[in-house]
Design a binder for this molecule. Sequence first.
Ligand code: FES
Ligand SMILES: [Fe+2]
Length: 461
Amino acid sequence: MNDIGRPPLNSVPYRVSNPEQIPVQRYYDEEFYKLECERLWPRVWQMACRLEEIPEVGCWVEYKILDKSVIVVRTKSGVKAFHNVCRHRGVKLAIGGRGECEAQGFTCPFHGWRWNIDGKNTFVLTPQIFSEESLQAAEIDLKPCRVEFWGGSAFINFDDNASPLLECLGPVAERLSARNLEECKIEWWRSTILPTNWKLAMEAFMEGYHTLRTHPQLMTAFGPEWTRPSGMAGGPKASTPAQEFLERTISYMACLSEGMQGEIHPSEVEVAKTLLDMELPEDQSQWNDAFQTRLKDEIYQRGLAKGVPVRDMKAVDEKYPFSYVEFLFPHFFLLPVYSAFAAYRIRPLGPESCMFELFSFTLRAPDEEYVPVTGPTFLAYDSKEYPQVPMQDYYNLPLQQEGLHSGGFEYMRLSRDEEGRISNYQRLIDGFLGGVDQEKLTKGYQIASGAFNTPIVDIGF
Ligand code: FES
Ligand SMILES: [Fe+2]
């Protein structure tokens, strides 16, 4: 789009003009939602699938966003993506969410046209009834969709002019890759539909400020005197004996691990338990560092001994800043602690409805048997089968969506210092809706992605 064709930024309805205030209409207004559908989603990199979902040549999955559908398929020459539509009369081609192509590739159920997995048309019934022009290869081969890869996932983008994926993700990609996200595999995967706007659902994971009230068990496990105002576990007080420090630290780990059914893998809690009698330095301010360093080393050494492709987490933490939650604009989260990750992916289904997926990613030894997880298990958002932490988060969200409609609420009131991630990515959305140029959007993309509990910053426009 040239400058002349661009809508000005200040034409965006309900634009964020004060970075500490997010207008409430952005979470339910039909017109605003329509603008997101038209100007945001067609232009951003979207995590479409994990590569372990398609282990063999011919395996494919469907990625759906709004009314669009993309096939991501493994071919002999790599993973490719195509728009999921027959080029004769528009029937959806790959049906059922995922599958494995037979030798003949994809066959349209209507008139039986066929394509191989490279998207090349291989069969048209009675071609002589069509004009030659209609059957040119460029006309009938499947239309490719842009796809790039990072961290063991395929990301698609409908915009051929968008900056490359890694340029958009920026520094967050490098620091998560250092933990070997690439070789992780899905251990479990659940999906739900939340009666909330997609952005609202995401924002509950952009700050730790809610932990104290929403996840009190995480605080109790550590004890109130061990917490910082941001709600995350902090260092010990001078009067705390070493043994108590170790017990509490490990019970906090166990509590998070159980509450997330991952993030900290149960096997890592077991390793931590073997350190209950470890010797700590005299200086209590060094206890946490000493324990974490030893634990990371133990997990690393034990992993290596079993052939698990675990990375030296101590070295990674020395090189890169650590955050419990990392956001990848526009809709993917990764939560690393030691060698495993929890992950979230959120997709809009309407102005006040979204699909929320939870994943656990873990590393395995190459000789350990892995049965690919074939799609998410669907659970209602209020199901008691969720692990405790997501259950607590899901409890708040529908109430929040309801609250937004109450009279007397005009905007989200953000903490300048700890809820900045929310403001930063919301203003980047305005950049997409308001026609900010590509270069600035790419820089903004990098700023909007990253750690939680961060301040409001200048995103460049
Ligand atoms: S619509 Fe697909 S073959 Fe006719
Ligand atoms: Fe939470």
